[in-house]
Design a protein around this ligand. Structure first.
Ligand SMILES: Nc1ncnc2c1ncn2[C@@H]1O[C@H](COP(=O)(O)OP(=O)(O)OP(=O)(O)O)[C@@H](O)[C@H]1O
Length: 249
């Protein structure tokens, strides 16, 4: 059992404070959903957690099992078990997807699996998440459809089996079958108690599939409300106004 703790996190972008004291605690096997209006700071939190250099942590800390990882770089954070699936995955033309997956596997996991072993695992997971093998031979995300990009992010997650996965809108642009596959993948690692999640989403649909344990609402850089799935239902029916109290200023 592992714990990711975010304590009083303040984050600045281009000299402007976006996050104003975020505290969350996520344990292995838990699914936390992060909702909130456009521009409230959800992606900023995900990028700051993974150490994006533009997103400066000015106060507060991030720990994994008590170890302070606040100022580690992205690669070191990945080695500590953090994984981020991007809202808009970037294209890396010229670098084959399969090459990237093989390269990151042992580096991040600290294992010494052979290339054929990794390729075999990649193929098996690709089948599971409905990714055609031809995609593995193309440049990373190069010309991939929105839904294909999201599936590839989930493929990476299943391959790396991180301690904590931060998924930024894994449901955006995904068709109904894709949503069901992605939800199944999330549940699979949750049920093994191996991964704790922070899932950013605008929609209750995915949360119904995976049955989130806690729902948090970010508003103007602060957690304005936390609760159960009931909170997501209320947002769906009555909008954010109905649940935002403290965050207003
Ligand atoms: N690199 C940047 N430069 C300038 N401003 C930024 C940068 N990144 C984020 N911001 C600003 O920070 C605020 C929060 O943005 P963020 O993307 O975190 O919101 P969000 O909650 O993820 O929104 P959405 O639901 O629309 O994806 C916005 O006002 C945004 O314009």
């Amino acid at each position: 059992m592992s714990t990711l703790k975010i304590e009083d996190l303040h984050v600045e972008v281009e000299g402007k404070e976006i996050l104003k004291g975020i505290s969350l605690e996520i344990k292995s096997g838990e699914i936390h959903a992060l909702m909130g209006p456009n521009g409230s700071g959800k992606t900023t939190l995900s990028l700051a957690l993974l150490g994006h250099p533009k997103y400066k942590i000015t106060k507060g800390k991030i720990t994994v099992d008590g170890e302070d990882i606040t100022n580690l770089d992205t690669f070191e954070k990945a080695k500590k078990g953090l994984f981020l699936a991007f809202q808009n995955p970037v294209e890396v033309p010229g670098v084959r997807l399969s090459t990237l997956l093989v390269a990151e596997y042992n580096k991040v996991k600290g294992t010494s699996a052979s290339v054929p072993q990794i390729i075999q695992e990649v193929r098996s997971i690709s089948k599971e998440v409905g990714i055609q093998e031809t995609l593995l031979n193309r440049g990373v995300h190069e010309g991939f459809s929105g839904g294909e990009k999201k599936r590839v992010e989930v493929l990476q997650m299943l391959l790396l089996k991180p301690k904590f996965a931060i998924l930024d809108e894994p449901d955006s642009g995904v068709d109904v079958d894709g949503l069901s596959i992605i939800s199944k993948a999330i549940s699979q690692l949750r049920d093994q108690n191996s991964t704790g999640y922070l899932i950013i989403t605008h929609y209750r649909r995915i949360l119904d599939h995976i049955n989130a344990d806690q729902v948090h609402v970010l508003y103007r850089g602060k957690i304005a409300a936390s609760g159960t799935m009931e909170l997501a239902k209320k947002i769906d029916e009555f909008g954010y106004e109905s649940v935002i109290k403290e965050g207003k200023n």
